[in-house]
Design a protein around this ligand. Structure first.
Ligand code: CA
Length: 360
C-alpha cells in the first residue's frame, strides 16, 4: 500500500515537472528553414529518400520548428558539386557520397568507401565507435563542413558485362563504366574505365560504346534495365563493400543552431543512416530474384581478378600515403581498424553466415 502511494505521488510529481516546469525548447525556439542539396536523382529513391527521412524526423522532433527543404541533384547545384556548395554556404547542407571528391583529396574516400575496405557494419563501427568520425571531421573542417553518416547501400554488385569474364586476361581493353578509385584500380588491370552519369549508361551499353557497367545493386540496377542488354551480372562489387553516404552541414550554419536543434539533427541523421541499409537489405533480394527470372546470369569474379585487384588497391594506397599526409594519417588508423575487424568478423559472423547460406 505504502509502495503504491509512493509510486502514485512520484508519478504525479514527474508529470508536473515534465509538463509545467521544463520549458519546451522548440515551442520557444527559433523557426529554422534550411535547404539541402542532394547529389542524387529522385529515381535513386532509397538513396535520395534518406534526405527526406532526415527532413521528416527533424520536423517531428522539433514540433515543426526545424524544416529542411530537400532538392534533388542538379536542382540547386550539380550533383557532384554538393561539397563545394556547402563549403561556400551556397546551401545550408547537403547529402552526398564523399568519394565524389577524391580529386580534392583522396582521403575523402574513407568517409564513403575504398576498394577492399570496410563492410557497412564495419563502417558504422569505425565511424560511431572507432574514432573514424572524429578523424574525418578534422578533414571536413578544412572545408567548413561538419558531416554525419547518412546511409549505406551495403555491399554492391560488380556490374553488368556483355561477355563473360573467365580470367584476368578478359579484362584487357574492356571499356567499363566505373568511376572513382575503383576505376583507377580497374585501369591497373587493363580495363579502360569510363565515368558516365546514370542516365547515359544504358544507351552507351546498348550501342556497344562500353562493354560493361557497374551501378549499385539489384534494386537500382533493375530500374535502369541493364539485364536486357548485358546479361552477365558479376559480384562482388569489391570497390564498394559498404559505401556510406554523408550529410554535410556548413559549419558556420551549424554553430548558429541551439543545442537541442543540433541534437535533433544528429538523431535524425542516425535514423536515416540505419533506414537506408534496412531498405536495401529488404528490396535487393526481391529484385535479384526478378532479374534472374528475366535472364540475368550471376557470376562471381574469377579469383585471379579479385587477387590482382586487391594487390593493386593496396599498392595504390601505399603510393598515395607517401605523397598525401592527411591520407597517410587516416589510412594508418583505418587499415589497423580494418585488419582487426576482419580478424573478428571471420570468427563468429562469417562462420555463422557461411553455414546458413551454403550448408545443406
Ligand atoms: Ca557502384
Amino acid at each position: 500500500m505504502q509502495r503504491r502511494t509512493f509510486l502514485k505521488s512520484a508519478g504525479a510529481g514527474l508529470g508536473v515537472s515534465a509538463a509545467a516546469l521544463a520549458p519546451n525548447v522548440f515551442a520557444d525556439g527559433p523557426a529554422i528553414k534550411w535547404h539541402l542539396a542532394s547529389s542524387f536523382p529522385k529515381s535513386l529513391d532509397i538513396i535520395y529518400g534518406a534526405a527526406e527521412v532526415l527532413a521528416n524526423r527533424l520536423s517531428s522532433l522539433t514540433d515543426g520548428k526545424f524544416q529542411l527543404r530537400v532538392h534533388a541533384g542538379g536542382e540547386l547545384v550539380p550533383g557532384l558539386q554538393v561539397l563545394d556548395a556547402v563549403q561556400n554556404g551556397t546551401v545550408d547542407c547537403g547529402h552526398s557520397a564523399s568519394y565524389y571528391y577524391v580529386g580534392k583529396n583522396m582521403a575523402f574516400a574513407f568517409d564513403c568507401a575504398l576498394p577492399f575496405g570496410l563492410t557497412a557494419r564495419q563502417q558504422n563501427a569505425w565511424m560511431y565507435s572507432g574514432g573514424g568520425l572524429k578523424l574525418m571531421r578534422e578533414l571536413f573542417k578544412q572545408y567548413n563542413i561538419i558531416q554525419f553518416p547518412g546511409g549505406n547501400t551495403g555491399g554492391q554488385m560488380g556490374g553488368w558485362f556483355r561477355k563473360e569474364i573467365k580470367s584476368l586476361a578478359d579484362l584487357k581493353g574492356l571499356k567499363m563504366r566505373i568511376p572513382g578509385v575503383g576505376g583507377q584500380i580497374m585501369a591497373k588491370l587493363g580495363v579502360v574505365p569510363q565515368t558516365l552519369a546514370g542516365g547515359d549508361i544504358y544507351p552507351s551499353l546498348e550501342r556497344g560504346a562500353i562493354d560493361a557497367a557497374e551501378w549499385v545493386g539489384p534494386y537500382d540496377d533493375e530500374k535502369l534495365g541493364f539485364h536486357k542488354i548485358a546479361q552477365h551480372y558479376y559480384y562482388p562489387g569489391w570497390w564498394e563493400g559498404g559505401p556510406q553516404l554523408s550529410f554535410y552541414v556548413n559549419i558556420k550554419k551549424w554553430n548558429t543552431l541551439p543545442d537541442a536543434y543540433k541534437a535533433a539533427f544528429e538523431c535524425a541523421c542516425t535514423e536515416a543512416n540505419v533506414k537506408m541499409l534496412a531498405d536495401y537489405d529488404f528490396k535487393n533480394p526481391q529484385a535479384l530474384m526478378r532479374l534472374i527470372k528475366q535472364g540475368a546470369k550471376l557470376h562471381a569474379f574469377p579469383k585471379d581478378v579479385m587477387l590482382a585487384a586487391r594487390k593493386a588497391a593496396f599498392a595504390l594506397y601505399e603510393e598515395e600515403a607517401k605523397k598525401n599526409p592527411s591520407f597517410a594519417k587516416i589510412y594508418k588508423e583505418w587499415k589497423a581498424f580494418r585488419d582487426m575487424e576482419n580478424q573478428w568478423f571471420k570468427v563468429a559472423e562469417a562462420s555463422y553466415t557461411n553455414f546458413l547460406y551454403y550448408s545443406k
